[in-house]
Design a protein around this ligand. Structure first.
Ligand code: GLN
Length: 185
């Protein structure tokens, strides 16, 4: 709907996987997984509601369709958004803070340790990034930036505070595609 969807598509192409841009609810019948990109979470939610995608995506998520939310997409996956009643899918038991790094450092890059991706650090691009304040129940914390939780998984849902589609490192997209493969099997 909005945000960095083209870059995600390029990353998926780089992984050898076919992808489509979802704009209509019927299109969801043809996909095995969904990426909700970074952008502006309130704008993405509004457009999803206007295009009848919001409830459909929520339903499919509840049925187990894998969803990867990056940055604004992560905010949409969260059950709780600090100080906000904006619409969200609420599929993950996480509480998030929008714009967690404030205006001073509104964008930066940092090498993160992400053990599930191997020893090589992952270059993470943060743009007006959120953070995860609380990860409950079955949510697995996969990476932190300092103290802040910035990558988490709950079953078939994956949430990243940063933008993996803006570097050439395809490991996180491949990790998501493994989740998708397992869910098809
Ligand atoms: N600050 C945006 C929001 O709150 C997220 C930023 C991003 O996706 N790069 O929705």
């Amino acid at each position: 709907m909005q945000g960095a969807f083209r870059e995600h598509q390029q990353a998926l192409t780089g992984c050898g996987v076919e992808s489509v841009q979802i704009r209509r609810p019927e299109q969801l019948a043809d996909v095995d997984g969904l990426i909700i990109p970074g952008g502006e979470s309130t704008a993405i939610a509004k457009l999803m509601i206007n295009y009848d995608l919001f409830e459909r995506v929520k339903e499919l998520g509840e049925k187990g369709m894998p969803i990867f939310g990056t940055c604004a997409g992560m905010i949409l996956l969260a059950r709780e958004i600090e100080g906000s009643d904006q619409p969200r899918l609420g599929l993950m038991e996480i509480k998030v803070r929008r714009n967690a790094y404030g205006r001073q450092v509104d964008s930066f890059e940092e090498d993160l340790e992400i053990p599930v991706l191997g020893k090589e650090p992952f270059r993470a691009v943060f743009i007006r990034a959120p953070q995860i304040l609380e990860a409950k129940n079955n949510v697995e914390v996969l990476a932190r930036q300092g103290e802040k939780i910035v990558l988490a998984q709950e079953g078939n849902f994956l949430a990243a505070a940063f933008h993996p589609e803006l570097t050439d490192d395809l490991r996180l997209h491949k990790y998501f595609l493994e989740i998708v493969k397992k869910s098809i099997a």
